[in-house]
Design a protein around this ligand. Structure first.
Ligand code: UDP
Length: 355
């Protein structure tokens, strides 16, 4: 089987790292990097650390508005996929690269497999939610992290075949857990000790694109106080600088460049708590047994909230302070499989190809 994998940003490199290995043992995979995240800190370091093979094709498309980026990606992907003639196009998550891959493949009549299908935050104002819903509609094979995601697809009468495979990010978190826990030199580098800091990430459009929201984010960090360590996404850094908020943020939190997967995992598993608007980080905090406070009004990872490990606070500083003060629950049920989702994805692709 020849599989063309289309990806382009940080969380997708992590997800693909769980699948590319088992896939390439038996099949041909061609990795197409759209270029959505292109710098070393958001891209190359993940290929190096997680053993993801170098992309066979790099489209170098980034920047611009959502619509322009999506359009340029579709225009570049359509002829490339036509030339490569894969049996299947494999997509991850909820980014512009995901939806562009689905649109280009659909136009050629090439089957699409979508990993992380059926996740919903039930908020169509989020670009990620629109990307998820539309990609699911265009996919022949819907590979779900959870049974509730599969049930959601059934409710929406999504036409493709649904298979619950578990969550591929869990594979990577489990495979790197020992290395992350032992990586205490990362904590030393930032002058923090286990349990002595809160790890912060924020880059969602709703929190950083609007200057008023960005100011609320900074005010929230000021209100939380204490030892905050924040690897700053380039998008967030650019907005902080543009709106004259960088100095205030740097006073409220210790700011650093985005980190590679292992350094970030080391800081996450030793943190007192995590404050984030990321999707993947909510999940990783749960896996590491670290309380998460989420800077969003909704989440697609609702199980973490139901289990009491994650609290949604939006940009409400008082709610964030209260949530961070709450103790972690005693129970932490396994939610997304046993760390073998990558192999389950490959098995599902083979079943599909066999008809
Ligand atoms: N991550 C990282 N370094 C950082 C921040 C995040 O390696 O400085 C990893 C994190 O462990 C997770 C992924 O990047 O695996 C999440 O990416 P992001 O928050 O950009 O995307 P989302 O999950 O919100 O789509």
């Amino acid at each position: 089987m020849r599989v063309a994998t289309v990806l382009g940003n940080r969380p997708q490199f992590v997800k693909a790292a769980a699948v590319s290995g088992p896939l390439r043992e038996r099949h041909e995979e061609l990795l197409i990097h759209t270029g959505q995240h292109h710098d070393t800190q958001l891209s190359a370091v993940f290929f190096e650390e997680l053993g993801l093979p170098a992309p066979e094709y790099s489209l170098e498309i980034s920047g611009g508005s959502n619509s322009s980026q999506l359009g340029r990606m579709v225009v570049a992907l359509a002829p490339l996929l036509a030339e490569l003639a894969p049996d299947l196009v494999l997509l991850y998550g909820d980014t512009n690269s995901t939806l562009a891959g689905a649109l280009a493949a659909a136009d050629l009549g090439t089957p699409v497999a979508h990993v992380e299908a059926g996740m919903r935050a039930f908020d169509r104002s989020l670009p990620e939610e629109r990307n998820r819903v539309l990609t699911d509609q265009l996919s022949q094979l819907l590979l779900c992290s959870t049974r509730s995601a599969a049930a959601q697809l059934a409710l929406e009468r999504t036409p493709g075949r649904t298979v619950v495979v578990g969550d591929v990010m869990v594979d990577v978190a489990y495979a790197t857990r020992e290395r992350a826990l032992a990586r205490t030199q990362t904590l030393e580098r930032f002058g923090v000790g286990p349990g002595g800091y809160v790890l912060v990430t924020a880059h969602r459009a709703a929190n950083v694109d609007d200057p008023a929201a960005l100011e609320r984010l900074v005010a929230l960090l000021e209100a939380v106080g204490g030892n905050l360590l924040m690897p700053v996404h380039p998008r967030t850094r650019e907005r902080l600088e543009r709106h004259g908020l960088y100095a205030r943020a740097a006073k409220a939190a210790s700011l650093t460049d985005p980190l590679g997967y292992l350094d970030f995992a080391a800081l996450l598993c030793h943190a007192r708590a995590v404050l984030t608007d990321s999707g993947g980080v909510q999940k990783e905090a749960y896996l590491a047994g670290v309380r998460c406070v989420t800077l969003r009004e909704s989440t697609e990872w609702t199980e973490t909230v139901d289990a009491g490990w994650n609290t949604l606070v939006g940009l409400d500083a008082g709610a964030a302070v209260a949530a961070l003060a709450r103790p972690a629950p005693a129970q932490r049920p396994a939610l997304w499989g046993d760390g073998h989702a990558g192999a389950a994805v490959v098995a599902a692709l083979e079943d599909y190809a066999a008809g």
